[in-house]
Design a protein around this ligand. Structure first.
Ligand SMILES: [Fe+2]
Length: 409
């Protein structure tokens, strides 16, 4: 199964905002629908269309957009982004597209409606956050009514959660805007629903999508309190063995990260960089603009799907466009695996047994000899490099990838 994942486009239509001294603010995004000069090397969305058009990206089974399509609830920009992406998806045979509500998509500034912050999103054409398929349960209504829905397809199951469900509501509405939330009621309903759905079709890949992040990124200079409240319990639920393996995809903080937040059965989490936001008011963010191609092997019917695969990362530079040849510091490398669940020192020992007779192996040769090394996340790869030193094996790194392993003389 293949996925293309993008998040946090923050598109806008005009940038008339000014500082108190009258000087213009830095635009929030490289996608400015009001610009008469939109072109491939200056606008990530136009270049993305070109990548698809020229088949530089493998056609995916799923397009995922993890929220913040527009900036500060810009209605025209949100509509333009959604229409552009759904039009792209419609050109690809058998591709589904799934959006997610981001905090910048909710009209809590009441630009479009005095009293209904999500009203505008419900009028988007095609339907949002999913293109309405009358042959299926009306998942759009479920999403808005229950704050989550589960979409079943042939080879995947998508649990889509609205982490902005309470933005603009309640006596402490202002405070709700500062973070995401999944309520206890929603968590309980999700657990009940998954308990029925997963055992009946365990071969499907399980994807969980929402906007807010689940792990704070605080530093001495930046206090982060905007994580999705309730995310710890969500991780506990998705870690239950009987509810299958899960891949969580989220956006919000514009940080590229790939991690596993718990034990052997915990979900793998892809935290997405922004697709197109500038660093305006985000100077502590080390991640470049990125999007991701994910591939996972399908499981046979009757067997259990594994969250195990490869991520190819594309990075954006204004004036150049999207590229996947060079890893950019602060982001995910141009290629990484995920899903390895073993003990890193044991893997180092296994590698030592393979490499010792020949003294030198390229990473490609090692992948052929021990395929599971392909599914190491960056943090596990670093741990492996460290563990290999105990066996006098040195890894040579280029472009943020292991190129070769050599036994020290
Ligand atoms: Fe964002």
């Amino acid at each position: 199964m293949k996925l293309v994942v993008l998040s946090d486009l923050h598109a806008f239509c005009s940038d008339s905002r000014k500082r108190p001294d009258g000087s213009p603010v830095i635009p929030p995004s490289y996608i400015d629908f009001s610009s008469p000069h939109r072109n491939r090397t200056q606008d990530p969305l136009i270049d993305f269309e070109q990548l698809i058009h020229h088949k530089h990206i493998d056609f995916p089974d799923i397009f995922i957009v993890a929220g913040d399509l527009g900036d500060k609830a810009d209605p025209l920009a949100i509509q333009n982004v959604w229409r552009t992406l759904t039009t792209i998806a419609a050109t690809i045979p058998s591709t589904d597209i799934y959006g997610s509500v981001g905090n910048h998509d909710i009209d809590t500034r009441h630009k479009s409606n005095k009293f209904d912050p999500k009203g505008f999103l419900r009028t988007l054409d095609p339907g949002f956050p999913f293109v309405f398929d009358p042959t299926k349960t009306n998942t759009i209504l479920e999403y808005w009514a229950n704050n989550f829905t589960i979409i079943e397809s042939t080879n995947y199951r998508l649990l889509s959660i609205n982490s902005c469900a309470f933005h603009g509501y309640g006596p402490e509405g202002e405070e709700e805007l500062n973070h995401g939330r999944i309520s206890d009621i929603t968590l309980n309903e999700i657990e009940i629903a998954l308990s029925k759905a997963v055992p009946s079709a365990p071969h499907k890949h399980n994807i969980c999508l929402f906007h807010h992040h689940i792990r704070p990124i605080s530093t001495d200079f930046f206090d982060d309190s905007s994580t999705m409240k309730g995310s710890e319990k969500l991780v506990q639920i998705l870690s239950k063995h009987e509810l299958g393996d899960w891949l969580i995809i989220h956006g919000h903080r514009h940080r590229s990260e790939l991690f596993c937040p718990g034990g052997n059965t915990a979900p793998i989490v892809l935290s997405c960089a922004s697709f197109a936001a500038t660093r305006a008011n985000d100077e502590h963010n080390p991640s470049p603009n990125q999007f991701y191609e994910i591939s996972m092997d399908d499981a046979a019917i009757g067997t259990r799907a594994r969250t195990l695969g490869i991520i190819k990362t594309w990075s954006w530079a204004p004036g150049i466009g999207w590229q996947s040849r060079q890893s950019i510091p602060g982001g995910l490398p141009i290629q990484t695996g995920f899903g390895f669940r073993g003990h890193i020192p044991d893997l180092a020992e296994e590698i030592a047994r393979v490499i010792t007779p020949v003294a030198r192996l390229s990473w490609c040769e090692l992948r052929r000899a021990i395929p599971k090394v392909s599914s190491l996340m960056p943090i596990d790869r670093d741990a492996l490099i460290s563990s290999l030193q105990a066996h006098d094996i040195i890894a040579s790194i280029a472009n943020d990838e292991i190129k070769e392993l050599v036994v020290k003389k």
